[in-house]
Design a binder for this molecule. Sequence first.
Ligand code: XLS
Ligand code: NI
Ligand code: NI
Length: 438
Amino acid sequence: MSELFPEVTKPIRYEGPKSRDPLAFKHYNASEKVLGKTMAEHLRFAVCYWHTFKGLGGDPFGPGTMIRNYNASSDPMQVAEMTLRAAFEFFTKLGVGFWCFHDRDIAPEADTLTETNRRLDQIVKLARKLQRDTGVKLLWGTANLFSNRRYMAGAATNPSPAVFAYAAAQVKKAMEVTKELGGAGYVFWGGREGYDTLLNTNLGRELDHLATFLHMAVDYKKKIGFRGQFYIEPKPKEPTKHQYDFDAAGCYAFLLKYDLVKHLKLNIEANHATLATHTFQHELEFAAANGILGSIDANRGDLLLGWDTDQFPTDLYDCALSMYTLLQAGGFKTGGLNFDAKVRRQSIDPVDLFHAHIGGMDAFARGLKIAARMLKDGAFAKFIRNRYKGWDTPFGRKIERGKATFAELEKYTLKNGEPRIQSGRQEMLENILNEYIA
Ligand code: XLS
Ligand code: NI
Ligand code: NI
């Protein structure tokens, strides 16, 4: 097979902000240090397999528009192999350190589980070799528990224990291959874990089943000695009307209730935050505040469309504010920035995949640099510290420690009268933020 990306003859290089070459980085300079770490170490970019190589531009109104040379065979396993080779050509030319996949993205499902697993093993063997040859690593693996018709009513939350069992078998295998490929993590995204109508749903029972499923995965992780981090990926809806992993707060409550919080962190996706009517930064901030910030699916939605459009991230405010929260939380440990994003239906050329990823990587590199400057200057941190300074007085501390009573606070108020209030200065702070973005 010829190369998939002949128009990209050499790896994408950093040329600096003055470059006008659309196939060069203007801001992402992998080895440049920011706050003591290289950009590559901070950002840990990953390319996702499903959109980038399996997505062909189809939408509910029409099939795919993109013709790729790695699909030019009637043998599905040959296609799988050619796709994997094309993917590693892409990772290497782009210069990313990581990739992510679903089991069914890399090897097509067969008629029986035995044959499906055999196919997966065959492709995983090649993936191992290509990883070794290129140095590209696996950020996380996952199982597709939503495409096959058997999962139409959910996987772990299916009304049938036989479907639950099938899903368990699939996840067992997906965890094994993730381990074999040295994956730094494993993601649970509940594609159809939710409901379309409560008229046919036992919500409480389904939630219990989901927790049982995750506990079994935790046990199996121990059993096989897989040391990667488990993540759960919040999303409020789509494909179901209501997903159980609705948002960061909903996931946290679920993990707490079922004693899973020490086993799973969150994989926060920007577009899912939008669908949950939160900002991307809010979701990250909530996860960070509760010690469950794990990894990021980097993309963006379209506020006018209202579904998971999975566009490439280009919004500098989002990139800067998300990096600001991430840096304050200590950065990624096992996680990274996975581009869970797809090029638009009209972007039919293979080179469009480069433009998309270069733009996303540059946007986050700028976000990182902006966030680092905001942190160094400490303008927002100082403002926030000052805003809460009453809590640093003996009076505030006593309340924070839980040592004060309502009666005492009533006494304090009767004595001191009306509290002095302060401006929130939102507009001033927004103006300061704009100065950093510029
Ligand atoms: C879909 C999800 C999916 C997960 C992986 O909306 O974002 O792509 O990241 O299963
Ligand atoms: Ni995602
Ligand atoms: Ni998504």
